[in-house]
Design a protein around this ligand. Structure first.
Ligand SMILES: NC(=O)c1ccc[n+]([C@@H]2O[C@H](COP(=O)([O-])OP(=O)(O)OC[C@H]3O[C@@H](n4cnc5c(N)ncnc54)[C@H](O)[C@@H]3O)[C@@H](O)[C@H]2O)c1
Ligand SMILES: [Zn+2]
Length: 395
């Protein structure tokens, strides 16, 4: 494993930091736009735009963080972006070191967590020091948990480099790692001090990962924003070409929605935050079933979203036509909307769903839609209905 690779010295360049905190006109590319996450003393700003990595140091300086910091990144992202992050931090007077972990879900493990702690201790990070999570959701969850627990908690900044991380995982403070017995079983709530979504970093994201991130974007439309959903239907070609202007609007809208939801229910106690799990009951089951190999998170969520939409038509008031629209959009994105089920696989899926965190008292709970943009969490669904819907998504 690559861990503790030191970043090369590089030429320092100065880039003018633009900062606009008001809403831009639709379809106008502004150098940067911001979304506030209002959580009292734990409030922070999400910055969305081009060229943000070069301004990382300026953002950290404004937060009055200590001198020393550790950039935790992975073996795909580090070689591409760690030097730029190091340069930006040094230019602002910080003393950064780089900790590189192997890319993928495997990074969210007790073993890698322990190695990160050792690296931070070796680099003599102290209470005012901070962590920069440079990468996708895996790095963000791991680095955030390192920051939540090292020296009983230090600050961290998220620099999200996947679409999924920019619209979802970097915001809201859920951090953690996996155990052999299940995903995200050890974790904490630890809000970042700032989130940077540099849209330029998406240019190197593999197509499959980009599409997977789109599953979460579609989710926001379904749970809270029919206008976003229509926009996705209308502007999908531009989005899939990663047009920065269009992406900037979409990422900002998703971050605004996530910020509102997290602001209303930071610790997932009232049920509001649980709506973010739309499509995730079956989704997590399928992910676990495939040993986290066959389907990556967003792909499994796409299948789970089709299942949840069909259940919503069956048990709630969502018209069949709307469930079709949801499936069609996911299909146009290139996400899976049907899956092969052997009877054995179906049984294993039920087992996997029952192991998930969303189960209480042994009963499977779903977020279901009454209409596009209006969902209710905590819906108990009998196995017979789940089976009927699995028939509908079977290839
Ligand atoms: N904390 C939360 O609220 C939350 C929410 C949703 C998902 N998650 C977690 O997020 C994780 C998935 O996140 P993800 O989809 O971002 O996966 P990821 O972090 O594994 O990134 C996907 C792949 O893309 C590579 N990559 C990342 N950025 C790149 C770039 N700009 N250019 C080239 N390659 C790049 C990574 O190295 C990796 O191989 C899961 O573990 C999931 O549980 C957490
Ligand atoms: Zn998800």
């Amino acid at each position: 494993m690559v861990i503790g690779r030191s970043a090369s010295e590089a030429e320092i360049e100065f880039t003018l930091a633009y900062c606009f905190s008001c809403e831009p006109e639709p379809d106008t590319l502004w150098p940067m736009r911001t979304v506030e996450v209002s959580l009292g003393t734990r409030s922070y700003t999400i910055h969305i735009g081009s060229g943000l990595l070069t301004k990382l140091g300026d953002h950290c300086r404004r937060l009055k963080l200590g001198e020393r910091c550790a950039i935790i990144t992975d073996s795909n992202v580090g070689p591409r972006y760690a030097d730029a992050a190091v340069r930006a931090l040094k230019m602002a007077g910080f003393v950064p070191s780089v900790v590189t972990v192997t890319a993928g879900e495997g990074a969210k493990s007790l073993k890698v967590l322990g190695e990160c702690y050792d690296q931070l201790a070796m680099k003599r990070l102290e209470r005012r020091s901070f962590v920069v999570a440079l990468g996708g959701g895996c790095v963000g969850d791991l680095a955030g948990f390192v920051a939540a627990t090292y020296l009983r908690g230090i600050s961290y900044v998220q620099v999200a480099t996947t679409l999924l991380a920019q619209v979802d995982s970097s915001v809201g403070g859920k951090v953690g790692i996996n155990l052999k017995s299940g995903k995200n079983l050890v974790g904490s709530f630890h809000q970042p001090r700032a989130v940077l979504c540099d849209l330029d970093t998406l240019s190197t994201l593999p197509e499959r990962e980009f599409r997977a991130g789109m599953a979460e974007v579609v989710k926001y439309g379904v749970i809270r924003d029919p206008e976003l959903f229509r926009r996705l239907e209308r502007e999908l070609d531009k989005i899939m070409k990663r047009d920065v202007n269009t992406l900037s609007n979409v990422v900002a809208r998703c971050c605004t929605l996530k910020s509102e939801i997290v602001g209303a229910d930071e610790y997932e106690t009232t049920g509001v935050r649980a709506i973010l799990n739309f499509g995730h009951t079956v989704g997590h089951g399928i992910e676990a079933l495939s040993g986290y190999n066959e389907f990556i998170h967003g792909e499994a969520v796409s299948l789970g979203t089709v299942a949840a939409a069909r259940l919503s038509s069956r048990l709630m008031s969502l018209p069949d036509k709307e469930a079709d629209r949801i499936r069609d959009l996911l299909q146009r994105i290139g996400l899976p909307t049907a899956i092969k089920f052997t009877p054995k696989k179906r049984e294993a899926l039920f087992d996997a769903m029952r192991l998930d965190k969303k189960v209480s008292g042994g009963e499977l709970k779903f977020v279901l839609a009454k209409s596009l943009g209006d969902v209710v969490p905590g819906q108990r669904v009998p196995d017979a209905d789940i089976n009927a819907v699995l028939n509908l998504i079977a290839e």
